[in-house]
Design a binder for this molecule. Structure first.
Ligand code: ZN
Length: 300
């Protein structure tokens, strides 16, 4: 009897684990099988996924093979795990964040390292790109099973080749300062179909190694560098359901009507929106004269 109960228990546990691994992506592709405990299933599930994530724009020569792709926001991203690995083995110091920097878009985060320090993959995946890419120098791109890609730039050497399957925490290469880098550091980009997302929206870099949520909805705000600054962490408001994402879309854009005495800097300060973002959203210059009653679109 004990044996029967025990095996029933085991069966239900393995069923639960298996059903977790069956979470579907928006495009109905299965998640990788590493949650599955049974070895034979792991191999089978993984081989399915190898085909899946390589079926769409798998190009080992191009940094961004998604250029002709139209991506609709909000983007749904799912994780089948609650932890990631920090890309360097030492404790991580971020020297520059995702956002506006010196009048240019900084589309990743800079992590301090010494040339020769090992750089590891943040999640399981398959290596798509291992080559020199102008400003990025020696670069590795890993595609993950949820559709995200992580880019590791300014490396000094490679330890993997394209089409290699890598595990979370596996060494990809060594850090350095190749390409356009002032001093050795890792420039880490998180892309979805070629669109750079603020990595801090997805990953907690404060030492916990936590993925923020199993399901996250990414609105355009989290993929628009000029709405962030490289100097500070942007205040987080996680959207973990479609309804929250849709509700935030209407909140993201509000119309402001210019009042007597208003200047761009007043409006910017009072609404916590940068002057630059007001100018871009309304196609005006920072020196433009505002009219009383003029409608301005503010992207929060
Ligand atoms: Zn950088």
């Amino acid at each position: 009897m004990k044996l029967i109960i025990c095996s029933l228990l085991l069966l239900s546990i393995s069923f639960q684990v298996f059903s977790q691994s069956n979470i579907k992506f928006p495009d109905a592709k299965p998640l990788p099988g590493h949650l599955v405990t049974n070895d034979s299933i792991t191999i089978e599930e993984k081989s399915i996924n190898l085909i899946d994530i390589k079926s769409h724009h798998w190009d080992t020569q191009k940094f961004n093979p998604f250029k002709d792709e139209i991506v609709k926001f909000p983007i749904q991203i799912k994780f089948n795990d609650s932890l990631y690995r920090t890309p360097i083995l030492d404790s991580m110091v971020i020297t520059s964040r995702y956002g506006w920097r010196n009048r240019r878009a900084h589309k990743g985060i800079d992590i301090d390292l010494i040339t020769g320090d090992e750089v590891v993959s943040v999640l399981d995946g398959i290596v798509r790109f291992v080559r020199y890419n102008s400003g990025h120098g020696k670069t590795i791109i890993v595609r993950h099973y949820n559709g995200l890609e992580t880019v590791y730039a300014h490396l000094s050497s490679y330890r993997v080749k394209v089409n290699d399957t890598v595990r979370r925490g596996q060494i990809l290469g060594k850090g350095g300062a190749t390409g356009n880098a002032r001093g050795s550091h890792l420039h880490l980009i998180v892309n979805y179909k070629g669109i750079a997302i603020n990595p801090e929206y997805l990953f907690d870099f404060t030492g916990t190694n936590k993925i923020r949520s199993n399901e996250l909805w990414i609105t355009k705000r989290w993929a628009t560098p000029y709405l962030h600054t490289s100097k500070r962490r942007t205040k987080l408001e996680l959207l973990s359901t479609r309804d929250e994402a849709i509700a935030s879309l209407t909140k993201e854009k509000t119309t402001y009507i210019v009042k007597r005495g208003d200047t761009l800097s007043h409006i910017s300060r009072r609404n916590n929106v940068s002057i630059r973002s007001i100018c871009i959203a309304n196609n005006i210059k920072s020196t433009s004269v505002l009219r009383v009653g003029q409608k301005l679109m503010l992207e929060m």
